[in-house]
Design a protein around this ligand. Structure first.
Ligand code: GDP
Ligand code: MN
Length: 380
């Protein structure tokens, strides 16, 4: 789960990191009022789960409340990388001397939190890593001991020469690590970490992703979820207890089991097609889940055919077949549907589906080939 900038800033502030004040507005008039309260000269910042807002026109400096109002009017409702802006953060405009990058994320290769810092901040860190890797310092943290003081110093020392700036930044890096761990985070980033002409170090942007598996034990973080800024299909899937990932193809896939779902996607590609999604309905024959899965799949306008691939182990194929038939009686689906069932009670299941008028298969190759053919036929 991604946090908005203003939410990540709340977490950072709680850990002691110097973050300028700020409030959320949802209307231009609200933005004007907040700008007055903050002294007039502010930055209006789009709150969406996407980087590069600055480049997209979603971060604007305002010299006075009237300008803040005008910027908010332009930014609210704007689309940034497919996401609509519903909220803007109004925060005092800071004077900036330098911009650095400080981030920590779980690195899958080392299976440990890894810090990345660079004095070349404010811009996309991937670009810096690619073009000027010598401008980056990395550090792997041993989670048994946490970030040690000399390690935080070693990172800060790479960014500045001035001892006061190094001292402030050493503290911020330690606080960032605490916030990262205490939030159940998989990524926490300050870009830019600024220095001001008066010699202060501050975080003026904040980004944080929470590991979904941490949410159950951190209700205060889980409460920060903003469903209105997530793709609707993902919200629907989560609420229905389904694992769903949208992809770019046109063959909708509804499969039980993550491994089988991945194998199905591979086979769709093998037969020249492209999967529209990953979807694992789990080991359930519950018609409600099938209905939710079909609603999610068909909400994607690219989907041209729908493929069920069910392996019945403990879940009985006849239960699943009945679930599918009931689900179909509840919703209208335009796209052709092909179903493959194999395992416990497959003969009964195939009969149930055939009687209800659905093409049913036991061979995975056959059903995938057919689903790809149907998707291509619909394109022609
Ligand atoms: P991002 O584009 O989504 O990463 O948004 P940021 O919050 O990082 O803002 C982008 C850029 O806008 C920063 O790198 C700064 O150069 C500039 N910016 C943001 N806030 C301020 C501010 O308070 N004062 C000034 N002068 N520039 C700012
Ligand atoms: Mn930024």
């Amino acid at each position: 789960m991604d946090l908005h900038e203003y939410q990540a800033k709340e977490r950072f502030r709680a850990a002691g990191i110097p973050v300028p004040p700020g409030e959320i507005a949802t209307t231009p008039a609200g933005a004007e009022k907040l700008a007055e309260d903050l002294g007039g000269k502010v930055v209006v910042k789009a709150q969406v789960h996407s980087g590069g807002r600055g480049k997209a026109g979603g971060v604007k400096l305002a010299a006075n409340p009237a300008e803040a109002k005008a910027h908010a009017a332009a930014i609210l409702g704007m689309e940034i990388k497919g996401l609509t802006v519903h909220k803007v953060l109004i925060t005092p405009a800071e004077d900036i001397d330098t911009e650095a990058y400080v981030g920590v994320l779980i690195d899958r290769a080392t299976q440990a939190p890894t810090f990345i810092v660079s004095a070349a901040g404010g811009i996309d860190i991937e670009t810096v890593a690619h073009e000027t890797p010598e401008k980056i310092r990395k550090l792997t943290v041993d989670p048994r001991y946490g970030l040690l003081p000399h390690q935080a110093y070693w990172l800060a020392d790479f960014l500045y020469d001035d001892p006061s700036l190094i001292k402030q930044t050493t503290k911020i890096i330690a606080q960032l690590y605490d916030s990262f761990v205490n939030s159940g985070s998989s990524m926490a980033e300050i870009n830019p970490l600024i220095t001001t002409p008066s010699g202060e170090v501050k975080a003026i942007d904040a980004k944080m992703s929470i590991d979904d598996n941490e949410l159950y034990r951190r209700p205060e973080v889980a409460a920060m979820r903003d469903s209105s800024s997530e793709p609707p299909a993902e919200t629907l899937a989560r609420e229905a207890g389904l694992s769903y990932v949208k992809l770019d193809g046109d063959v909708g896939c509804c499969v039980n089991g993550a491994g089988l779902a991945m194998a199905t996607m591979d086979l769709v590609k093998y037969y020249g097609g492209a999967p529209a999604n990953f979807l694992d309905i789990g080991g359930s024959s519950n018609p409600d889940k099938v209905v939710a899965a079909l609603e999610i799949i068909t909400a994607d306008p690219n989907v041209k055919s729908i493929l069920f691939n069910i392996f019945g182990g403990i879940t009985r194929c006849d239960d699943v077949a009945n679930g599918i038939v009931e689900a179909m009686s509840r919703i209208d689906i335009e796209q052709p549907i092909v179903i493959r069932l194999t395992g416990t009670n497959e003969e009964i299941a195939l009969k149930i589906l055939k009687d209800a008028g659905f093409p049913a298969y036991t061979s995975m190759d056959a059903v995938v080939e057919e689903a790809v053919k149907l998707a291509k036929g619909a394109e022609a």
